[in-house]
Design a binder for this molecule. Structure first.
Ligand SMILES: *[C@@H]1O[C@H](CO)[C@@H](O)[C@H](O)[C@H]1NC(C)=O
Ligand SMILES: *[C@@H]1O[C@H](CO)[C@@H](O)[C@H](O)[C@H]1NC(C)=O
Ligand SMILES: *[C@@H]1O[C@H](CO)[C@@H](O)[C@H](O)[C@H]1NC(C)=O
Ligand SMILES: *[C@@H]1O[C@H](CO)[C@@H](O)[C@H](O)[C@H]1NC(C)=O
Ligand SMILES: *[C@@H]1O[C@H](CO)[C@@H](O)[C@H](O)[C@H]1NC(C)=O
Ligand SMILES: [Fe+2]
Length: 433
């Protein structure tokens, strides 16, 4: 009797040891890291992206409302950085489709070889009629990221429905054989795993044909994250690559592809039917059409604004399709324009921003990086309404069909709002210039 019992016990543990041996393969670097989320083709589709340094053979997200009772799987691709060491990592993406609107989900990501800690995100409400809240900034590095703690704190307090990072990440993602990119993606994780982190490429992403940018982020759209749009509440957001105009060695066809896509995208957004439902169009890209900084020549180079040899200029499209606001970064400062087209100010008659006669430009590139802030030219141009070299970021609120609001947070002044702006508009259509 006793012998039999011992035997059973022995075979049991032998089985479990053997069994474990069969499941576990040597996977020392299978812990998920650099977790971040983005909107998919619809805003109740959330795409989750993360990295492991070894092949986990599966990419799984366990998620649900309050408890993780659901599971979704995706895939991983091996990304090899272009630097000397050719460091590589597996980048996993999983799409959570058709989530409930206005619902908080908890989730973790990984595989049987390692799960991340628990995160949560909230899907946005359905439809157009709700108060949309965003954080917007560019040029945030892994060193000197002054705004990051403020942004994380606000994100975890549910202050934002989306984050727009308007180019220039990490300084640079490819530096030290992409270790700086890894470090940066870990640093923004608390923020970017909590709120959809929507991006556009900047000049600091250029190395190896933007490969760190293209591989690490998972934006919706047709051409490797370079340009795309999404509808959120009362706003149609459009993300463009200004860099296709500068790094033409990667293909002139990218300028043409983007231009054709943009024309079509704006035309669809600007149909009377769509515009009456979702009136605001906000476009963002990295290098400004207008800025007044003195540190380099970038404020006088006008490739994106007027195009190349008079072709593919983007500013005429802003007029033709009645784009309301355009947001830039690149200059490490904040600057707001009066309503502006071709260097001429078109204030509204009841107030500059009440039914303005042209798009309003905002440059917000002072989130903080190792290159410090950029000084201004004096005196300011006539189109420049407010500017500051404080470190900080922009908060945006779309209230409804007629009112949107921007404010600039100064981190140097411990979170004080140093500029604010209401835009009130009762008609959204092509500007009549
Ligand atoms: C696992 O990851 C480590 C660290 O990046 C790497 O050195 C090693 O080559 C990887 N092993 C496999 C089998 O991919
Ligand atoms: C650079 O990458 C883009 C897509 O991101 C691709 O369309 C283009 O052909 C690439 N250019 C070169 C020279 O490899
Ligand atoms: C309205 O916008 C949607 C995208 O949100 C687009 O698919 C549709 O074609 C647009 N409608 C028109 C009439 O262009
Ligand atoms: C636009 O409005 C602002 C604020 O009232 C004013 O300072 C500026 O001079 C105006 N510009 C023009 C061209 O009317
Ligand atoms: C839109 O929002 C603004 C700011 O909160 C408010 O003053 C205005 O009454 C709202 N309009 C409508 C139609 O709700
Ligand atoms: Fe830049």
């Amino acid at each position: 009797m006793e012998l039999f019992f011992l035997f059973t016990l022995f075979s049991f543990s032998l089985a479990s040891i053997l069994n474990q041996g069969a499941v576990t393969y040597d996977c020392p670097y299978c812990q998920p890291e650099q977790i971040h989320i983005a909107f998919g083709e619809k805003t109740n589709d959330i795409k989750i992206t993360w990295s492991t340094f070894n092949d986990t053979q599966e990419s799984t997200v366990e998620y649900g409302e309050g408890i993780m009772e659901k599971e979704a799987t995706g895939s991983a691709t091996l990304f090899t950085d272009g630097g000397k060491e050719k460091r590589s990592q597996w980048i996993h993406t999983v799409l959570l489709k058709d989530l409930k609107f206005n619902t908080r989900y908890v989730y973790h990501v990984g595989s049987v070889y390692g799960w991340s800690e628990l995160f949560s995100f909230k899907t946005p409400p359905e439809g157009e009629d709700w108060l949309l809240r965003a954080a917007i900034y560019g040029d945030m590095g892994n060193k000197n990221a002054h705004s990051l703690s403020y942004l994380q704190d606000e994100a975890e307090r549910d202050h934002f429905d989306v984050i727009l990072h308007v180019g220039d990440f990490a300084y640079d993602m490819d530096t030290e054989d992409a270790r700086v990119g890894d470090e940066f993606m870990r640093q923004i994780q608390p923020l970017a795993a909590t709120v959809p982190y929507m991006t556009c490429p900047g000049n600091h992403e250029e190395k190896y044909n933007f490969s760190n940018y293209v591989n690490r982020f998972s934006m919706p759209g047709p051409d490797s994250n370079l340009y795309y749009s999404f509808d959120l509440g009362p706003v149609h957001f459009v993300s463009v690559s200004t860099e296709v105009y500068y790094f033409t060695e990667y293909g002139l066809k990218l300028i043409v592809n983007q231009y054709d896509w943009l024309k079509e995208d704006l035309a669809e957004a600007n149909t009377p039917e769509n515009r009456s439902k979702r009136p605001w169009i906000i476009l963002f890209g990295h290098r400004p059409m207008y800025c007044s900084n003195s540190n380099d020549i970038d404020c006088s180079v006008e490739l994106t604004r007027v195009g190349i040899a008079g072709m593919f200029g983007l500013e005429p499209l802003l007029i033709e399709f009645g784009v309301d606001v355009v947001i830039w970064a690149h200059e490490h400062s904040y600057e707001r324009s009066w309503p502006l087209y071709d260097n001429v100010v078109y204030n509204g008659t009841e107030g500059p921003y009440i039914n303005p006669g042209a798009p309003v430009h905002i440059v917000t590139g002072s989130a903080g990086c190792q290159e410090s802030t950029d000084p201004f030219n004096y005196p300011a141009a006539a189109w420049s309404a407010f500017r500051s070299t404080d470190y900080g970021y922009t908060r945006f609120k779309a209230y409804n069909q007629t009112h949107i609001y921007f404010e600039q947070v100064s981190v140097d002044r411990k979170g004080k709002v140093i500029d604010s702006l209401w835009i009130e508009k009762h008609k959204h259509e092509a500007y009549n210039l």
